[in-house]
Design a binder for this molecule. Structure first.
Ligand SMILES: Nc1ncnc2c1ncn2[C@@H]1O[C@H](COP(=O)(O)OP(=O)(O)OP(=O)(O)O)[C@@H](O)[C@H]1O
Ligand SMILES: [Mg+2]
Length: 494
């Protein structure tokens, strides 16, 4: 057994913060300089356990009391200091005249473990989401599709019925947003990445944002006209902005200032702290003057399902979705906040050199009639009828089939050539891609438009319509694909 002899200096020179405690009351007799560097550590006289968080301090007292008379080194893990957010491992040993305790900082190890747990959680939510989203999107397409058809029906003539249909549409839109959220969270939404000008995406989302936040919040936009391009899916960027703006709105029920800013950022040595490589980035920053977050909330804000909102007000998926989307594009989210000081989020995306294409506004679907023949293959009968009814309203001739086999038969029996194959990507007994190939073998000029809930496929190369879609969206996309054929064949002949 050692004898405590402070004057010899051996204890003072220990690298780890170390203490000598009295055996009876577990009070600090003396501590070394490394210990004195820790915040709020008293030199002597204090109860050692009182340096730690209340739930740990009881554990520590019991641990030290249990050292008994044995001289072996004992270790206790996971002790959080009250004055710092660090986690320590305690090594204690009974010596003559007291107990020596050293602290080893294990914060980094704990954070890694926590990240691993988080990743596990994200994975399981992803599996759940992709499991239900496919069927759910079919149902939503049917619900909102029929409601929209009803909305323009001449038989709907009382104000009460109209408002009832409107409520159905509103609710199904909310449900569709939620599936979209789950899918992008679980990274199962088909990516359609294009070269984007972030400032323009923010501008296009503005009118919706203004409606979302209401008049009591002062919304300010600061766009750097020179902010560069990124490669991403527009819907993802909009979702990030919406999630952050909605959080800021919820944080400021009595009003405040909300600033949306786009800018170029150059990361140097500071990139590592965000898990990024140094280089040029484009940032979308969303800053509010709300109450901000206390350290506990800030620490857990990005955790899936963490919410401080009351039941039914929040699912706690908003910020984890934002982080998950940013990570998909090799980007990151930074949060600066303090209780009473508002919150500032900055989402960074790698900047690319290409210039974004100017997008042409698409004409309103109502002005897009057609008379072509469309072969529709969709295994869900209700959805099939809804799509058929929606297309027939625009003047198309629709051959509806419940499987790939039925579709091929219908095409064979039809007196006129099929102009467009509109097919579900996945059907029992044969998928949409195979059906398209088989049909093209007999009719090489047929145009193809795929529809699907999600299959995780990158559909940037083939025309694709994501479920749930509305009848106007369907009509616009069908017209676009049919007209693309005309342009191509005109180019080929002229
Ligand atoms: N701008 C903000 N100001 C203050 N606190 C915020 C802000 N943004 C997020 N938070 C805190 O972080 C928590 C998690 O946010 P997140 O967006 O992930 O979920 P939510 O908003 O509670 O629910 P959901 O977004 O799923 O509807 C919020 O409950 C809130 O406590
Ligand atoms: Mg939220």
């Amino acid at each position: 057994m050692y004898e405590i002899c402070d004057s010899s200096g051996w204890f003072e020179s220990w690298m780890l913060p170390s203490f000598v405690l009295d055996c009876d009351h577990l009070r600090v007799i003396v501590c070394n300089s490394a210990a004195r560097e820790l915040p709020a550590i008293a030199d002597s006289g204090a109860s050692f356990a009182s340096y730690f968080e209340p739930e740990d301090s009881k554990r520590i007292t019991a641990f030290l009391q249990s050292l008994g008379t044995a001289a072996e080194i004992q270790i206790l893990t996971g002790c959080k200091l009250r004055s710092a957010s660090s986690v320590f491992e305690l090594t204690a040993q009974l010596v003559k005249g007291g107990i020596t305790v050293s602290l080893r900082d294990m914060t980094r190890e704990y954070e890694l473990e926590e990240q691993l747990r988080q990743a596990e959680k994200v994975r399981s939510v992803g599996m759940l989401a992709s499991g239900i989203a496919h069927d759910f999107n079919n149902l939503l397409t049917i619900i909102s599709g029929y409601a929209q058809l009803l909305q323009v029906s001449p038989d709907l003539n009382t104000e009460r019925d109209r408002s009832a249909v409107e409520q159905v549409l509103k609710a199904s839109q909310r449900a569709a947003d939620l599936t979209g959220q789950l899918l992008s969270f679980s990274r199962k939404r088909p990516l359609q990445p294009v070269v984007l000008n972030v400032a323009r995406v923010v501008e296009q989302t503005m009118s919706m944002l203004r409606r979302l936040i209401g008049a009591h919040i002062d919304l300010r936009i600061l766009q750097d006209p020179l902010a560069g391009s990124i490669r991403a899916d527009v819907a993802h960027i909009q979702q990030i902005v919406i999630n952050l703006v909605v959080n800021a709105r919820d944080a400021m029920p009595d009003g405040g200032i909300l600033i949306i800013e786009t800018s170029n950022v150059k990361l140097g040595a500071d990139a590592g702290a965000l898990g990024l490589n140094p280089g040029p980035y484009v940032a979308i920053s969303i800053t509010d003057t709300g109450p901000g977050m206390d350290p506990e909330t800030r620490l857990r804000a990005f955790e899936p399902f963490f919410t401080t909102k009351t039941e039914g007000q929040g699912t706690g998926l908003g910020l984890s979705t934002v982080a998950s989307i940013a990570a998909q594009y090799q980007g990151a989210v930074e949060l600066v906040t303090q209780a009473g000081q508002g919150a500032a989020f900055r989402v960074l995306f790698p900047r690319i050199d290409e210039v974004a294409d100017e997008e042409e506004p698409s004409p309103a679907a109502e002005t897009l009639p057609g008379n072509e023949t469309i072969l529709l293959a969709e295994d869900d009968a209700t959805l099939r009828s809804m799509i058929k009814a929606a297309l027939e309203r625009h003047g198309y001739h629709v051959l509806a089939a419940g499987s790939a086999r039925e579709a091929l038969q219908a095409a064979e029996l039809c007196a006129v050539p099929v102009d467009l194959l509109l097919t579900d990507l996945v059907m029992p007994g044969g998928n949409g891609t195979e059906l398209a190939e088989q049909l093209r073998a007999g009719q090489p000029s047929v145009k193809v438009l795929f529809i699907s809930g999600y299959e995780g496929a990158d559909c940037s190369s083939a025309p694709y319509l994501q479920k749930p879609f509305s009848p106007p969206e369907l009509a616009a996309k069908v017209r676009e694909v049919l007209d693309a054929r005309r342009a191509e064949s005109q180019n080929a002949t002229g």
